[in-house]
Structures are given as structure tokens and as C-alpha cells.
Design a protein around this ligand. Structure first.
Ligand code: TYD
Ligand code: MG
Length: 456
């Protein structure tokens, strides 16, 4: 007797399962994301397949034996940093990003540069020749890197068992499928089932697995969102396609801090780790220009300086244009409203454009002061004095609040030769300025123009 075909509807954005088609997903609120998928009886739920990983028993916290926090050095300083000091054996890592951003390049590079580690690079997207071509560009440093072009999960797991690699790369999760489920590769149920099987395998064997997942801007391809709950670490690889700089950002990390970033430059021979981001994020001009400010920022443990550019011009039409690249537009609007209210600047008549050096995306509120400094400079068409940078958060009443890790930011500014830094007056009084830099403390936004434009 033929088995009854079981069908369900899945939200392609978040993976929500429903027995019938829905116009709007009750879980994530997206419209028109439901698609029908055939699921057979074997596709027991992910929860069930995770549940039978290793047999465990309830025990006291104090009795739990701690494994010696071993970390695998991936031979890449930036990737190690984002992972919190290397890869934990048996971890499942997801690298998400838009197509063409460089996920395959990054993971192949990791596989090729970790000396002495055996890596199995599974590709369902490219042929072995294409990978060889890419590998020769990057440079083959690790003879133990094995390339396997396969899409069937059962075959992949069999090879992992046979070869016993130290870590595995799956490029990409959208191309692999398991025979247990009838729906096509890349569907929600396939992705969930494949990831759950890989998780089970990683945990029981201690082999780390790096999974690559594509995300598209409109979120039409199922993937990373659904996987985020399953994996241990989620890294996002981002950047502006027109720019050579890329950021690897920790979104979730069960073994370390999440706000760490890694910076790379895409060259002809692969990705170069940028250990000192300030160098690429600051430009040098022959003459002072208006609308440019430098902010001292910090992501994770590393401070860096970044240039903010702004253009404020008269609005030709009723509604002024507000355009921010790499910055939250709502935050920008809030900062502009504060300028309007507290400094009496007529922002409602102005178009405002905002940009960050290197196509960087920033979310650090410590850059508020630099953003408003750039806007003020462009508004009055007056260049900010040379050698000044800012760090601080802006409150709705115009008060300046200290940015987290202000001390490290000041040190980085001093190291790069800045002579003055504008900070919140509320930082610890005992904070001493490093050699060569003067700390200017301000409590309110109204004191900012004086700090920026008064000659030394
Ligand atoms: P790729 O890793 O294929 O992207 P993804 O896997 O995220 O889809 O990288 C694609 C881009 O990287 C491609 O446009 C070419 C560029 N690239 C370089 O600039 N230098 C290199 O050494 C390599 C291998 C790729
Ligand atoms: Mg790729």
C-alpha cells in the first residue's frame, strides 16, 4: 500500500509550519511567504532528531566535568577573533551572506591555510575544477584539504565518517538534500533536516562543521533564519558589492562574545585580514573639507576610527530626502531632530545624506557625536579643525553620554596621531589622557560646535 503523501505549508522566511496556506505568517509577520512542501513520514521533527543525540542524565552543575576549552586555530587572525579565540571542536557554525559576497572564498581560504588540520570541503555549487582554480589563486598551503563535490547528505556523512576530518565545510546548505524527505533541495524542511543531522553528527563526533547559507535581500530563499536556532555560532559576512572591504560579524556565539567583528579586504588572491581597520577607514585630504568628521568606534574588544561623511543641502521639494548608507535611517532622523530642537538648525528644509568610509555598516551609538559633527560641519559648510575626533552617545535632551569603552577609543585615537578627542563630560574624572592627545569633555550638544571649530 502506498504511503499517504504528507504535505505541509512552510513560511520561507522563518520556517513556521502550518497545515494550510496562509497569506501572512503569524510568526514573523511577512506576507506571501508560504509554500507547500511534501514531507514524508520519516521526516520526524527536528526536535525529535536532536533529542536522541547522546544519552545524558540530569546532574548538578558542580558535578559537570568541564572539557579543557580547546580551541582550533584556523590560521586566520580575524576569523579566530570573531569566533572568540578559535573554533570549538564539535561546533556547528553558520556563515550567512548575500550571493557573491565571498563566503566560498573565505571558507576555502580557511580550509587551505589551517596547517596540519584535515579539512573536508564539500561543495554543491561548484565543480572540482572551479574550486581548484580558486584554490590556486588563493594558494594551496594545506595539503590536507580534501575537496568533495556532492549534494546528497547521506553520501556526505559517509565520507565524513570515512575520512575523519578535523572540520568540514558545507557550501552551501541550500544545495544539499536528504533522501528522507521528498521536497527539493533548498526547501524549509530539507534545510532543517540536513542541519539537524549535521548538528547531531558534529556533537557526537567532535568534528566542527561550517555551514554556508545564502540570504537574499527579499528573503525569498529559505535558510539562515531557520538555522539560527539550530547552530552554535552565526556569522554574517557583509559588505558593499562595489567595495573591496568585507566584515565578518558575530550574530550569535555560544562560546564567546557576539559583537566581535573581523575585517577583510578582497584581493586578487583571496581575502586579506585587515588587522588595523583604522588605516583603511581614514582618508587623507590635501585641504580641510566640510561635512567630514572622524568617530572613534568600537566593536567587540577592538576600537577603530572611522570617517563619517555628510552632505546637507537645501531641499528642492516639500519632503526632504534623508539617505543613510550603512547606518540606521531612524537613528539618523532622531539625531537630526535633536539638532533641530536643541541647536535650532532648520533641518526640515534640508536634504541629508550620510555615508561611512569603506562601505562599512555601523550600529555603534558611540558614533552619534561624529555623525552630528559631520552634519553640523556640512550645514554651516565649515570644515572641522584638523586632528579632532569624537566619541559619545547623544540623548534626546541633547545630553552627551559616554560611549562604552571610551578609554580604549581614546587610546586608539592617540595612537593614530589625533591631537584632540571630544568625549562626554560624564566619563570618569580619573581618566587620564594618553600622551599627545587632549580630552575635551562636553555635557551637552550645544557645546559641540565650539569644540569642533575653535582654533587651538
Ligand atoms: P564567492 O566566494 O564565490 O562568493 P559567495 O560564495 O559568497 O557567493 O566570491 C565571489 C566574488 O569574489 C567574485 O565576484 C570574485 C571575487 N574574488 C576575488 O575578488 N578574489 C579572489 O581571489 C576570489 C577567489 C574571488
Ligand atoms: Mg559560493
Amino acid at each position: 500500500m502506498a504511503a499517504k503523501v504528507k504535505k505541509a505549508y512552510f513560511c520561507k522566511n522563518c520556517g513556521f509550519e502550518a497545515p494550510k496556506w496562509l497569506g501572512r505568517c503569524p510568526s514573523c509577520g511577512e506576507w506571501n511567504t508560504f509554500a507547500e512542501e511534501v514531507i514524508s513520514k520519516e521526516s520526524s521533527s527536528v526536535a525529535a532528531s536532536i533529542a536522541n543525540v547522546p544519552t545524558s542524565r540530569p546532574q548538578r552543575v558542580s558535578e559537570i566535568e568541564r572539557s579543557d576549552n580547546r580551541r582550533i586555530d584556523l590560521g586566520n587572525s580575524e576569523v579566530n577573533r570573531v569566533l572568540g579565540g578559535g573554533m570549538v571542536p564539535g561546533s556547528l557554525i553558520l556563515i550567512g551572506g548575500e550571493p557573491g559576497i565571498g563566503k566560498s572564498t573565505l571558507s576555502l581560504q580557511i580550509a587551505l591555510t589551517t596547517n596540519g588540520l584535515r579539512c573536508l570541503y564539500v561543495s554543491g555549487e561548484e565543480s572540482a575544477e572551479q574550486i581548484k582554480l580558486r584554490a590556486s589563486r588563493i594558494g594551496i598551503g594545506n595539503e590536507e584539504c580534501i575537496v568533495y563535490t556532492e549534494t546528497l547528505l547521506e553520501n556526505i556523512v559517509a565520507q565524513i565518517e570515512e575520512l575523519q576530518p578535523d572540520f568540514v565545510v558545507i557550501d552551501s546548505i541550500q544545495t544539499i538534500y536528504t533522501d528522507l524527505i521528498d521536497s527539493s533541495a533548498g526547501s524549509v524542511s530539507q534545510i532543517r533536516e540536513c542541519a539537524a543531522t549535521l548538528l547531531k553528527y558534529a556533537k557526537s563526533s567532535g568534528t566542527s562543521i561550517i555551514i554556508i547559507g545564502h540570504i537574499t535581500k527579499d528573503g525569498t530563499i529559505a535558510g539562515p533564519k531557520i538555522l539560527e536556532h539550530i547552530v552554535d555560532v552565526v556569522l554574517q559576512f557583509e559588505g558593499d558589492g562595489n567595495n573591496v572591504y568585507r566584515i565578518l560579524r558575530g550574530i550569535k556565539n555560544r562560546f564567546g562574545a557576539t559583537f566581535e567583528i573581523g575585517v577583510f579586504e578582497m584581493l586578487d588572491n583571496g581575502l586579506r585580514a585587515v588587522e588595523n581597520p583604522s588605516e583603511i577607514l581614514l582618508s587623507h585630504y590635501d585641504e580641510p573639507l566640510s561635512g567630514i568628521a572622524v568617530g572613534a568606534s568600537a566593536d567587540g574588544i577592538r576600537p577603530y576610527l572611522i570617517e563619517v561623511q555628510s552632505l546637507v543641502s537645501n531641499a528642492a521639494y516639500g519632503t526632504p530626502q534623508r539617505n543613510a548608507t550603512g547606518y540606521d535611517a531612524r537613528r539618523m532622523n532622531m539625531l537630526l531632530a535633536i539638532l533641530e530642537k536643541r541647536l535650532g538648525m532648520k533641518m526640515f528644509q534640508k536634504d541629508v545624506f550620510l555615508n561611512f568610509a569603506g562601505g562599512f555598516k555601523v550600529a555603534d551609538t558611540g558614533l552619534d557625536l561624529a555623525v552630528v559633527a559631520a552634519v553640523i560641519s556640512s550645514y554651516y559648510d565649515r570644515p572641522i579643525n584638523e586632528g579632532i575626533c569624537c566619541t559619545g552617545e547623544l540623548g534626546l535632551s541633547g545630553e552627551i553620554r559616554p560611549a562604552p569603552r571610551t578609554e580604549q577609543r581614546i587610546s586608539e585615537a592617540a595612537r593614530l596621531g589625533f591631537r584632540r578627542i571630544v568625549v562626554s563630560g560624564y566619563i570618569s574624572k580619573s581618566l587620564k589622557a594618553p600622551k599627545g592627545i587632549e580630552i575635551i569633555r562636553i555635557n551637552n550638544i550645544s557645546q559641540l560646535p565650539k569644540a569642533l571649530f575653535t582654533e587651538e
